[in-house]
Design a protein around this ligand. Structure first.
Ligand SMILES: Cc1cc2nc3c(=O)[nH]c(=O)nc-3n(C[C@H](O)[C@H](O)[C@H](O)COP(=O)(O)OP(=O)(O)OC[C@H]3O[C@@H](n4cnc5c(N)ncnc54)[C@H](O)[C@@H]3O)c2cc1C
Length: 390
């Protein structure tokens, strides 16, 4: 087995994928260290995300449910409105009957902090302010070099350093995410009651945007708007800007839905970023180095699966290194298990962003948001060995 305490794993990036991978690798018995570029917790003002039931299931395999259910709030149903504000559907969301597996809406910075605290609580060393600049893979180990001149050497290196991954640049120079056809605005509006009720996420098929919102128990409403058109001026994929609300409001005002009032009530500027996605078929591993999370398979945010798939990656990687005899076979099995699912998500999500793929219709059995994927459930189950075939 690869997963012995003598196997030293360097995880680059202490975000969602990296922190979760550290928890999984430790649980699998490996010696793991995390290197995070930011010097403190990520304070991404306004940014939030939803974790799907599959992501919550992955967290449960890592014994990290409590760390995450202590923050954010659960979502139990999905409401769909048309551009006139008429309700098209209202269906249960995910595994509603299992409180620990319910969809969850969280601020991104809070989720990162909670996972990083869990990493530290388990005695895993997490170094902040360590920005990887290069990777040297050799016959006896892999060495990471950081911007401050320090180095670290391990048996394996996991690139969990997100959309603009430095590890990916070392592995596949020239492979980078591209624009997925939409800009994404997001924000939080205080005191906006009557926007759908707690536990409900509402999606609005607006005439000029795809708008979504959910009311937190605090009374704040979290919202996003995806809008087609040219990308924001290039400052690197994933770059965010604060812009005046007036950039978004004219696209919402034509529709008699709650969207315009929510954005108008948002204090201060709103945030905007380009939706980006990785090309299909990009290389994920070579030698002692493997990419996970957005570094490997960033998708446009339309399906809202990026964080959940990052958590799933962490569990499957830990199981692969626990169950297969060497890293090459473990990385191969990992890829066979993960690539079909995450590339399907890139395709569907990108299609929704570009308007070439209709959003899932909640009434179709295989597209229901409460659909259980039994294959994925087996893949994630900690006590079920990971097959090599995928
Ligand atoms: C607007 C928007 C909305 C979204 N909404 C959702 C949603 O509702 N649901 C959902 O599931 N997903 C959503 N996503 C996607 C989700 O945020 C990502 O898929 C997820 O954050 C990926 O996690 P990650 O750990 O791979 O990358 P990240 O979260 O980006 O973490 C990467 C980490 O690596 C660190 N790092 C970067 N470079 C280096 C380096 N050189 N050296 C060391 N460390 C480094 C970073 O500081 C960071 O901490 C959304 C994305 C966007 C843009």
């Amino acid at each position: 087995m690869t997963g012995t305490a003598a196997t030293r794993v360097l995880v680059i990036g202490g975000g969602i994928a990296g922190s979760a991978a550290a928890l999984g690798l430790r649980r699998a018995g490996l010696d793991v260290r995390v290197y995070e570029a930011h010097s403190g917790a990520d304070q991404d003002i306004g940014a939030f995300l939803t974790l799907a039931s599959t992501g919550m299931r992955a967290l449960a395999q890592l014994d990290a449910t409590r760390a995450v259910t202590a923050i954010g709030f659960p979502l139990t149903s999905l409401r769909l409105l048309d551009a006139e504000g008429a309700e098209l559907a209202h269906v249960p969301l995910g595994e509603v009957a299992e409180p620990d597996l319910r969809y969850r809406c969280l601020r991104r910075g809070e989720l990162n902090s909670a996972l990083q605290q869990e990493v530290s609580a388990r005695g895993i060393r997490l170094t902040h302010g360590a920005r990887l600049t290069s990777v040297t893979d050799g016959p006896y180990g892999v060495t990471a070099r950081f911007a401050d001149g320090t180095t670290a050497t391990g048996d394996l290196l996991i690139g969990a350093d997100g959309l603009n991954s430095a590890v990916r640049r070392a592995l596949s120079p020239g492979v980078r995410p591209g624009y997925a056809g939409q800009r994404v605005f997001y924000g939080r509006t205080p005191g906006a009651p009557g926007t759908g009720g707690s536990g409900v996420i509402t999606m609005v098929r607006g005439s000029q945007s795809a708008f979504g919102y959910a009311e937190a128990p605090t009374g704040e409403t979290y919202w996003f708007a995806r809008v087609g058109g040219d990308p924001l001026p290039e400052r690197g994929p994933g770059a965010r800007s604060a812009v005046p609300r007036e950039e978004l409001l004219p696209l919402l005002r034509a529709d008699p839905t709650p969207a315009a009032a929510l954005v108008a009530g948002c204090p201060g500027p709103v945030m905007v970023t380009n939706a980006t996605e990785m090309p299909l078929g990009a290389r994920w591993h070579t030698g002692r180095v493997l990419l996970i999370g957005d570094a490997a398979h960033a998708a446009s945010p339309a399906t809202g699966q990026g964080a959940s798939t990052a958590l799933e990656d962490a569990v499957v990687l830990a199981k692969a290194l626990r169950d297969l005899p060497d890293a090459a076979r473990a990385f191969g099995a990992y890829e066979r298990h993960r690539r079909p699912r995450v590339e399907h998500n890139i395709t569907v999500s990108g299609g929704m962003s570009r308007g070439t793929h209709a959003p899932a219709r909640p009434a179709e059995p295989n597209h229901r948001p409460d659909h259980r994927d039994e294959g994925l459930i087996r893949q994630l189950a900690w006590d079920t060995p990971l097959s090599e075939e995928g």
